[in-house]
Design a binder for this molecule. Structure first.
Ligand SMILES: [Zn+2]
Length: 157
């Protein structure tokens, strides 16, 4: 069985949002205070805690490139936070989410439609493990299923 690694947003992008107040679309970064669930930080891969301040920004995903490329709304902590990279488990930003979408891509960035699945966050690891050994899979982007916001990229370790 493959091991896998969950990757965060690159630290340079998080630092750029904090320093410039501008996102990857040139728009203003929005400041939000955490009031409850629903503020997953894409840099430390932890949920924002009540009272913490978060930045909401549009981020240009590095993968996939090509026709399936997409930007995504993302939260990152307004303050510096430790880069999260998790081996062989999914972050709480995925497992605590009500419903998530797993999008599998091949090495050319083409989506593997037959592997795509929408599951409750607590079932995402089982769904991932059932598919990631497929030899076509290069990586998997996990998104929130309703608004479609990117949560993490899973790579084979
Ligand atoms: Zn964070």
């Amino acid at each position: 069985m493959s091991t896998f690694r969950c990757m965060p947003i690159d630290t340079d992008a998080a630092a750029r949002f904090r320093a410039t107040g501008r996102d990857d679309r040139g728009g203003p970064v929005h400041l939000r205070e955490v009031t409850g669930p629903g503020f997953p930080c894409r840099h430390c891969l932890r949920l924002g805690r009540p009272g913490e301040r978060m930045l909401l920004a549009s981020w240009d995903l590095p993968l996939p490139q090509g026709p399936y490329w997409t930007p995504s709304p993302v939260f990152v902590h307004a303050h510096d936070c430790a880069r999260g990279e998790i081996l062989d488990a999914l972050p709480e930003t995925v497992t605590e989410n009500a419903i998530v979408s797993l999008r599998h891509y091949d090495a050319q960035g083409m989506v593997l439609y037959d592997l795509g699945v929408v599951v409750p966050g607590e079932e995402a690891e089982a769904a991932l493990r059932a598919r990631i050994d497929d030899p076509r899979v290069a990586y998997v982007n996990i998104h929130t299923a309703r608004p479609g916001c990117w949560l993490t990229r899973v790579e084979k370790a």
